[in-house]
Design a protein around this ligand. Sequence first.
Ligand SMILES: C[S@@+](CC[C@H](N)C(=O)[O-])C[C@H]1O[C@@H](n2cnc3c(N)ncnc32)[C@H](O)[C@@H]1O
Length: 225
Amino acid sequence: MKIDSQFVHSAFSSIASRYVTANHILSLGADVLWRERAIKIISEWKPRNLLDIATGTGDLALAVKKALPEVAVQGTDFCRPMLDIAVKRGLTDVFEADAMHLPLPDACFDAATVAFGLRNMEDYEKALCEFRRILRPGGHLLVLDFSMPDGLIAKPYRLYLHHILPRIAGFLTGNSSAYDYLGESIEQFPRGDSFKRLLSRSGFSAPTALPLLCGIASIYTAQVP
Ligand SMILES: C[S@@+](CC[C@H](N)C(=O)[O-])C[C@H]1O[C@@H](n2cnc3c(N)ncnc32)[C@H](O)[C@@H]1O
């Protein structure tokens, strides 16, 4: 499946007002724990500033701001309706931009995060190279996203992802096609070692992969050499 940015943009514009609630219900609240885990990792980096890319309605950026008030947090997304909600929720420092072409100078952030966003971009490697460009040497990247689990859980999870989730999501958001696409995008998104290789190809060093909840989601980190 080729990711179509225009489809992604219009899908998120149409579900923006219901995204936060739908997200918490569909992940059974696990997304909150995953963000807490991410914040623990970020806190060890002690960044002065952080850019949350594809920030959407601002969940991760707001959680970082709350837990680490000393960090200057900015959010960016190409979907204005999602950003408008982020602003209403208290993420005031935001700008609208395509993550593949950030309107920023080189090496201006200590840390960058992208939660459930990279998977929606047309070219993962190109996007990661752009994230590396705006990070300082020694700067850190954290990617949080869904991944396909292995083992016994894989079959029931696929049933949930491809057949049950789109129906519940369609009911909650009024747009089930946005969630049909979610399953396909997760199936093709690299995970584990393959994501670590992608990070290395994109010029990052010290890639790590941390599976969460039996591998349903993963946190990846890497550093700019
Ligand atoms: C699933 S939401 C995740 C939002 C938020 N990070 C979170 O954890 O809830 C994906 C977000 O990625 C944004 N997005 C997708 N492709 C993008 C791109 N090329 N540039 C900027 N934002 C993008 C969408 O607009 C959407 O807000």
